[in-house]
Design a binder for this molecule. Structure first.
Ligand SMILES: Cc1ncc(COP(=O)(O)O)c(C=O)c1O
Length: 427
């Protein structure tokens, strides 16, 4: 019988963890080095594009729903799944905590440390979860709230962010107060003002998207959180659309909690999310999905990360996706996404009959642009892109047209082609 260690070696894996493998998978020439290369270096970005399995016959503009995984991510996931399917009987559960066949029980600090580096926080303040919705639910259901306590939020929140608070409203008599923000937003000041005016002595929580998914607006969350803090309001931000898209510096933003996922802009497998809560608050948040560590406060992030059997292959994929992101360099990724988004918005602004619902202040935009052409519904526009050029932005409703995301696997040529289609449809 072939030994476990040999079997692992034959698969090219280490006995300790697949994730200890050196990440030689992204070409050396793509690895971040200071000063290299400009945001529009065609050869460099073509090299990046080649790291994706995305069909060259199609153009993907919808990582705001689900990201495209780089090849290294898929390879790590499938390698681990093969390993698991083949060698699970070889797992000496009782004496072996070093190998990872399932997740949901381990602290997963090696990943939490990488995420902490990305978000500028401490790994102990971070839990790994399955998605943004779960993370927000852990916070909303874990907080002590009483009848009459106000939760302030906007009229443009995603169901995965707002719904757990609505449950608290129905169950406990807390009050969800909706602040209407315009679409498009004109300026940061306009939004800050609306939220500050909405705070009352009963406001306990402010829950807000950092980027609004239906417009791409980057909200001035640092300023709004500072105002909330002056009034002792707990601040929780929904970062489903930010992580891997724009810089997220939790120390700088200084919110009390932040939730997000890796399966959109980071390109990790679906079912990978996180929750951050400041140490002074996380200790008081009840565990919603409880296992052995439900009341163990030694490592608060672990208390929430432990949530029953999960899929370790996805953790392998997440690890690979984070490494890929770091190898290219987060700042370079954000710049490229924004560069392409700016090109799209600049082009759209020159076309008659196009209405843009993303903020008028371009500093509040990055890789998400929402727009429509007069006379079209979102579905018609989405279908027209597909029929004409196999391009896939996502319908955003009858009025708002399409949500058109740009990412590092896109090119300026793809943006220009999309603009030529918009021009054609508008004429
Ligand atoms: C702002 C926002 N919040 C929450 C979610 C839900 O995210 P998840 O599927 O990771 O739970 C989304 C998904 O599109 C979103 O855009």
């Amino acid at each position: 019988m072939i030994s476990r260690r040999k079997a692992i070696k034959s698969l090219g894996l280490t006995a300790l963890s697949l994730s200890t493998l050196p990440q030689a998978s992204v070409a050396e020439s793509l690895t971040h080095k200071p000063g290299l290369p400009p945001v529009n270096d065609p050869a460099y970005w073509k090299g990046v594009r080649d790291q994706y399995m995305l069909s060259k016959e199609q153009v993907f503009f919808n990582p705001g729903t689900i990201g495209a995984m780089p090849r290294v991510v898929v390879e790590r996931v499938t390698k681990h799944m093969n390993y698991l399917a083949t060698h699970v009987a070889d797992w000496a559960y009782k004496d072996d905590n070093s190998e990872n066949f399932i997740t949901g029980y381990q602290h997963l600090l090696f990943i939490r440390n990488k995420v902490a580096k990305l978000l500028n926080c401490d790994a102990k303040e971070l839990a790994l979860t399955d998605n943004t919705t779960n993370s927000m639910s852990y916070i909303a259901h874990g907080m002590e709230l009483k009848s009459g306590d106000e939760i302030i939020t906007s009229n443009q929140e995603h169901g995965g962010g707002i719904s757990s608070w609505k449950v608290r409203e129905q169950r406990d008599g807390a009050v969800v107060k909706i602040v209407d923000i315009p679409k498009p937003i004109k300026s940061k000041e306009e939004v800050i003002d609306l939220f500050v005016k909405s705070f009352t002595s009963k406001t306990r929580v402010l829950m807000l998207s950092h980027i609004i998914s239906g417009s791409g607006a980057i909200l001035p969350v640092k300023e709004i959180c500072a105002e909330a803090k002056k009034r002792n309001i707990f601040t929780v931000l929904d970062g489903a659309q930010t992580t891997g898209h724009i810089k997220v510096d939790l120390k700088d933003i200084d919110c009390d909690a932040y939730v997000g996922c890796f399966h959109k802009w980071i390109g990790a497998p679906a079912g990978t999310g996180y929750m951050f809560v400041k140490p002074e608050y996380i200790k008081d948040i009840w565990t919603t999905v409880a296992s052995y560590r439900w009341d163990n406060h030694d490592d608060e992030g672990f208390r929430f990360t432990q949530r029953g059997t999960g899929n370790y292959s996805m953790i392998e994929g997440l690890d690979a996706a984070l490494d890929f992101h770091f190898q290219i360099g987060p700042d370079r990724v954000y710049e490229r996404i924004r560069f392409l988004g700016d090109r799209l918005r600049e082009g759209l602004r020159t076309i008659n009959k196009v209405k843009i619902f993303s903020p008028e202040d371009n500093a509040m935009c990055a890789g998400i642009t929402v727009y429509n052409i007069q006379g079209y519904t979102g579905t018609q526009l989405q279908d027209a892109f597909w029929e004409k050029a196999r391009m896939r932005p996502r319908a955003s409703g009858d009025v708002f047209g399409v949500r058109h995301c740009t990412h590092i696997f896109n090119s300026p040529e793809e943006i220009d082609k999309a603009l030529s289609i918009v021009k054609q449809l508008a004429s």
